[in-house]
Structure formats: structure tokens, C-alpha cells
Design a protein around this ligand. Structure first.
Ligand code: PBG
Length: 329
């Protein structure tokens, strides 16, 4: 049947009809809110390139978590700004590190009953050079040494599990880290702690504002020898398959909006739960347009999240989580 028997506009006539035939929904429970924990008390330091995002001391983070729980968000993703940094990023796996302290405080709050606490596993916020692993000199210059880094990442994950995290989320992109983390968790008695692997993480300009928020910009070079080339879809699928073989329980795709085709391909590849990370640059470019009055804040926020769900992501890590939950209420 074609026009005039067929008229697509019939089902668009009223909001109730549109709601009845809507194929994709976003709910607050699909959204994960990132928090940047910093030392101190009563600290709420704005991140200049990310309006509405703050570095929070742990007491402030607990308050934020309570609000997140009230809004019905799915969970929190925790990053840390340590007191001091060193060559090997020891603040990442220190049992008294900033994320470990934060986890203990959040676990003790009532918010933790309703939220999934996810700890980012990476070294770049904790290393003096800002790279995601151990840096060594070679004949061709410096490189991030894969295998010795695995042990540091595994120690990080175990210390976060001890501090009470519900999920660990490795974002470093070293080869073999999911397997190393799984083995370390299992032998420390954390066989029930799931791994959310940033399986396909592209070397992206869209992480720029995050590096201000987390103070994690590399001091030299870039991350192209460990994060993926943005041109490569087939390689992303291999990364996912390898992480699943090593024991990943869920995968995280990142960035989201510039890589929706990769999320769709991942959805078709695997039945495991897939998250997508609407990263800092995606947030900041929308915020910049909102500030200029160039885009409608509420509609563009929800449409951006809808596009990510429609591409096949089950949940979304987003700095819009609280704002979006209020719009959806
Ligand atoms: C750590 C990490 C990064 C992000 C999440 N985990 C930054 C990076 O790889 O440089 C980016 C998140 C964002 O941009 O919002 N490796």
C-alpha cells in the first residue's frame, strides 16, 4: 500500500498516539552520573570547560549521590584527583586513595542501596606524566609498557573492590587487562564483582574537557599508541570480542555520538549489556550551544540521549544524568 491509502502522519497526530508507537525510551535508571572526587571538605570546584560539573570533596559527593538516588539514576561512575601524583600512579591502588575513601563513604550512605557504584580503573589521573600506564624509554623514545601496567591495574581493581565498589570499569586500553583484573579479583575473593570494560575506546579529541576535570592530560605525546584509531570499526569489534573472552561482563563504548555506528555494530555482535559514554566534549559542545541560545536545552539534551539508546546502548554514562532525570520526571 502506498499513498494515499498509506499515510504516515496518521500515527503522529497526537502526543498520545506518538507515545503509543514510540520505539525507544530513556529512563533515569538508564543513566550513570560521573563524579570527580577530590581531597578536602566542603569543596565544590567548578570545571570551567564543563558548566554544571564540579570537583567534589567526599562529603559533597555523598550529597550528590543522595540527590542522584532520589532522582532514580542508575548509578555513579567515580574518578579521583589524588593529593599527589607519581611515576607509577600509586594513588590509584592505595587502599587510602581518594576513590577508595569515596567508595567507603558512599557505601555507608543510604544512597548506595539504590545506586550502582562503578569505579573507573585507570592510572592517568594518578601518574605525574598523565599516561594510562608505566612509561619506559626505548630506543625509539618513550612508550607505555603494557605488561607491567597490568599488575598495577589489577591492584587498582582489587583495592576498589575492597573499598566496596559494585563494578570496576577499566578504561586504560592495555592489552590483556580484563583477564588480569578478573584473575586478581577472583583470587582476592571478589569473584562476584563484575567488570565493565571500556572495550572500544577511541583516541578522541572529545575527551578534552575531561582532562581538565580529572587533571589527566598527558604531559607529552598523546594516547594514540593505546587508544583506538577513530577510523576503525572492525578493530573495535575485535577489541570487544577479546574483552569478552577475557571475562568482561559488560562493555562500554566511547565516545558515543560520533561513534553511534560502532555502538550499533556492537549491539549486533553481542548479547552482553552495552553502555555508552557520552563524553565530556559531547557535553561541552552542547552546553556551549545552549549558552548562546543556539539550541533548545531540554529538547537537545533528551534527543542526544535518545540517539544513543536507539543506536543500541542499554545504559548511558552522561554528565546530563541529573538534568535529564528531572526532565523525564
Ligand atoms: C581515563 C578516562 C578518560 C575518560 C574516561 N576515562 C580520559 C582519557 O582517556 O583521556 C574520558 C571521559 C570524558 O571525556 O568524559 N583514561
Amino acid at each position: 500500500m502506498s499513498f494515499p491509502q498509506s499515510r504516515m502522519r496518521r500515527l503522529r497526530r497526537t502526543e498520545s498516539l506518538r507515545a503509543l508507537v514510540r520505539e525507544t525510551v530513556v529512563t533515569p535508571g538508564d543513566l550513570i552520573y560521573p563524579l570527580f572526587l577530590c581531597p578536602g571538605q566542603g569543596v565544590r570546584r567548578p570545571v570551567s570547560s564543563m558548566p554544571g560539573v564540579f570537583n567534589l570533596s567526599i562529603d559533597e559527593a555523598v550529597r550528590e549521590a543522595e540527590e542522584a538516588a532520589q532522582l532514580g539514576l542508575g548509578g555513579l561512575l567515580l574518578f579521583g584527583l589524588p593529593e599527589s601524583k607519581d611515576e607509577l600512579g600509586s594513588g590509584a591502588y592505595d587502599s587510602n586513595g581518594i576513590v577508595q575513601q569515596g567508595l567507603r563513604a558512599l557505601k555507608a550512605s543510604s544512597a548506595s542501596k539504590k545506586l550502582v557504584l562503578i569505579a573507573d580503573v585507570c592510572l592517568c589521573e594518578y601518574t605525574s606524566h598523565g599516561h594510562c600506564g608505566k612509561v619506559v624509554e626505548t630506543a625509539d623514545g618513550w612508550t607505555v609498557d603494557n605488561d607491567p601496567t597490568l599488575d598495577l591495574l589489577a591492584q587498582t581493581a582489587v583495592s576498589q573492590a575492597r573499598a566496596g565498589t559494585d563494578v570496576v570499569a577499566p578504561s586504560d586500553m592495555m592489552d590483556g587487562r580484563v583477564g588480569a583484573i578478573r584473575r586478581a579479583l577472583d583470587s582476592a575473593g571478589f569473584q562476584d564483582t563484575p567488570i565493565l570494560s571500556y572495550a572500544s575506546k577511541f583516541a578522541s579529541a572529545f575527551y578534552g574537557p575531561f582532562r581538565e576535570a580529572a587533571d589527566s592530560a598527558p604531559q607529552f605525546g598523546d594516547r594514540k599508541t593505546y587508544q583506538m584509531d577513530g577510523a576503525n570499526l572492525r578493530e573495535a569489534l575485535r577489541e570487544i570480542s577479546l574483552d569478552l573472552e577475557e571475562g568482561a561482563d559488560m562493555i562500554l563504548m566511547k565516545p558515543a555520538m560520533p561513534y553511534l555506528d560502532v555502538i550499533r555494530a556492537a549491539r549486533e555482535l553481542t548479547g552482553v549489556p552495552i553502555g555508552a559514554y557520552q563524553v565530556s566534549g559531547e557535553y561541552s559542545m552542547l552546553q556551549a550551544a545552549f549558552e548562546r541560545g543556539w539550541l533548545d536545552r531540554d529538547r537537545a539534551t533528551l534527543e542526544s540521549l535518545m540517539s544513543i539508546r536507539r543506536s543500541g546502548a542499554d545504559f548511558i554514562v552522561t554528565y546530563f544524568a541529573k538534568v535529564a532525570a528531572k526532565l523525564l520526571a
